[in-house]
Design a protein around this ligand. Structure first.
Ligand SMILES: Cc1cc2nc3c(=O)[nH]c(=O)nc-3n(C[C@H](O)[C@H](O)[C@H](O)COP(=O)(O)O)c2cc1C
Length: 403
């Protein structure tokens, strides 16, 4: 029996306009299903913040398309009854070769935010990142997940602030420091300009209307604790009328950050340290020279420099150049277990997921992230069996042919 209030909601608010049509988590089998479900639930300024990218979004589209540039060449009759997909990357053992890449503002997408991602990562034995622009503190995330945790860091003009943030991460027991190097200034995200998406909110009329027609998101948002940016709040006033995120990027981050600055940070941290956003071979070599233990080939999901080469297209060249001296990871456009198998075949040690887990988070919170990770786990396992590989080491370039 449907309750009368639910009936009114369906008849008056939802069905006639098709704004929040019903879609169930169990109907989601892949990235596109989760994306569709998230789109139905989220006000469009928020959906477009996740879904959008820079300029003409060329790099964003190519990130996934790049995986179609080569084919898997399976071997058969290899006795693959049991498959071990675990990997070790930057000293951390992961039960599966994918991890949840750090992303900003997660409690805006679903009220559980980073808590959901941390709990799902713990359940699947993998690593997850908390962003500097995260909405749950890195300490709280640490308490939820005892598996490997990354702290994603931006380099501030104020060197004291950088050292203070590193000390806080050390104190919290963070295993991996990840410095994002592709965002010294914000990307040109035109979808956000059109909707007026900004933190604090500065919506235009069209944007406000989009919130009004997604009542369940709005109800959830106001029923839960106020939005916060706990990694930054001691240092930056992000309150009403104060610093916006775009001003944070332009005023507080240091565009003059150099290799010497980062070398000092690596020394200061004294543990696993990786650079996120490396694309050139030259930079990969510099990362080795300054003592980094990992690099993530990434173009920030196409959200920064449009026209930039995809991580997958650069992977082989970089693994050839530095793969024996540093752990090479990649992210961008990963939507399928077979994408992961292709990256591992070229020598990636692990693969980062972004929107692949964000849409499920927005669609259904922790249950959504868990379903997405389970589908990914099953796809990787099935793919490895069909490739004739019982462990990740057996995936090599021999299993790939470029078109
Ligand atoms: C909504 C959103 C927010 C993000 N926030 C951050 C961030 O705060 N710091 C960061 O280093 N990368 C951030 N990223 C980039 C991701 O960590 C990752 O590099 C990217 O999403 C991978 O591409 P994919 O979404 O196609 O998988 C963000 C990405 C998205 C989609």
């Amino acid at each position: 029996m449907i309750s009368s209030s639910r009936l009114i909601e369906k008849v008056l608010l939802i069905r006639p306009f098709g704004f929040e049509g019903q879609m169930r988590l169990k109907d989601c089998y892949n990235f596109h299903d989760f994306r569709r479900m998230a789109k139905r639930r989220l006000p469009s300024p928020i959906f477009n913040y996740i879904d959008g990218a820079a300029d003409d979004e060329v790099t964003y589209r190519r990130n996934t398309a790049a995986f179609e540039g080569c084919d898997l060449v399976p071997n058969v009759l290899r006795g693959v009854g049991d498959v071990d997909m675990s990997v070790t990357v930057m000293g951390q053992r992961l039960a599966m070769p994918v991890y949840c890449s750090p992303t900003a503002l997660q409690r805006l997408f679903h009220h559980q935010g980073e808590r959901a991602v941390a709990a799902a990562a713990a359940k699947f034995g993998t690593m997850f990142g908390v962003s500097s622009l995260g909405t749950v503190s890195l300490e709280e995330a640490r308490r939820i997940c005892d598996g490997p945790q990354v702290y994603q860091f931006y380099f501030h003009k104020d060197r004291g602030l950088n050292r203070e943030m590193m000390a806080r991460a050390k104190q919290a027991g963070i295993e991996v420091m990840m410095l994002t190097v592709d965002s010294i200034t914000g990307g040109n995200r035109e979808r956000d300009k059109r909707t007026g998406f900004a933190i604090p909110f500065k919506l235009n009329l069209a944007g406000i209307t989009q919130f009004a027609i997604k009542p369940s998101w709005a109800v959830n948002y106001v029923r839960h604790e106020p939005f916060r940016l706990p990694q930054l709040e001691n240092h930056v006033d992000m309150g009403r009328g104060a610093m916006s995120i775009s001003r944070y990027f332009t005023e507080m981050l240091d565009p003059s950050m150099s290799w010497d600055d980062v070398a000092e940070m690596v020394q200061h941290w004294g543990g696993q340290f990786c650079l996120k956003g490396v694309i050139s071979v030259e930079d990969a070599k510099r990362a080795v020279e300054i003592g980094c233990t990992g690099i993530v080939l990434s173009n920030h999901g196409g959200r920064q420099l449009d026209g930039s080469r995809t991580a997958f297209d650069q992977l082989d060249e970089i693994v050839q150049a530095v793969g024996d001296r540093i752990d090479v990871m990649m992210d961008g456009g990963v939507q399928r277990g077979t994408h992961v198998l292709k990256a591992l075949s070229l020598g990636a040690k692990a693969v980062g997921l972004g929107r692949y887990y964000l849409f499920p988070l927005a669609a259904a919170g922790q249950a959504g992230v868990e379903r997405a990770l389970e589908l990914m786990r099953v796809e990787i396992e099935r793919g490895m069996k069909l490739m004739g590989c019982s462990s990740v080491d057996e995936l090599t370039k021999e299993n790939l042919r470029f078109r």
